[in-house]
Design a binder for this molecule. Structure first.
Ligand code: ADP
Length: 167
């Protein structure tokens, strides 16, 4: 009797990754971050370049309103172009956050120098990248940046790249 080998497919999770204005402003850093995404086996489901209005930045970071860095963060995030990615991987949220490194740049430099923030972060605010912090945030953030994207259609498509986007 022929043996049947069943290869189980990994369960892919989606996350939103943003490259912040400090990193987009430097083409070599933007390229290095893109390379990190590829080297770490993410599927780039899609990506988009855009510039935020002040209002969009305020809304996105409203959970931090009232904190000492909020105004600075809002100004910075609407100060120049961003790149947004939908990334897919097993445990994508945790995987991407590990590759980004700690929020605060000194901590990143000294404890995780090979992470994106450890390598390229400039200050605690200008720290190169953002990543969703839980599945609920990921769904909300994907919808903010890619309103035409359907997680359900993507899953039903067999996790392909890009071609499930309906305009
Ligand atoms: P993360 O981006 O690592 O998930 P948070 O959600 O706590 O971190 O913060 C959102 C963003 O706010 C950070 O990426 C950073 O740009 C900014 N920020 C957070 N903490 C500080 C701080 N102590 N000083 C200045 N900016 C900060």
């Amino acid at each position: 009797m022929e043996a049947t080998v069943r290869l189980s497919r990994p369960v892919l999770q989606l996350t939103l990754a943003l490259v912040k204005p400090d990193a987009v402003a430097h083409p070599l850093i933007l390229q290095a971050i893109h390379q990190k995404i590829l080297e770490n086996d993410f599927i780039i489901v899609t990506n988009r370049d855009l510039t935020w209005s002040r209002e969009a930045s305020q809304t996105f970071y409203s959970q931090h309103s009232g904190r000492f860095f909020y105004q600075r963060l809002v100004e910075f995030m609407s100060s120049g172009p961003l790149r947004a990615y939908i990334l897919a991987h097993e445990d994508a949220i945790r995987h991407w956050r590990k590759i980004m490194g700690p929020t605060q740049v000194c901590r990143a430099r000294y404890t995780a120098p090979h992470t994106i923030r450890g390598s390229y972060g400039l200050t605690d605010t200008r720290n190169s990248t953002h990543g969703s912090d839980c599945p609920e945030s990921a769904s909300r953030e994907l919808a903010t940046f890619f309103p035409e994207f359907s997680e359900g259609a993507w899953a039903a498509s067999g996790h392909s790249r890009g071609d499930f986007l309906y305009h």
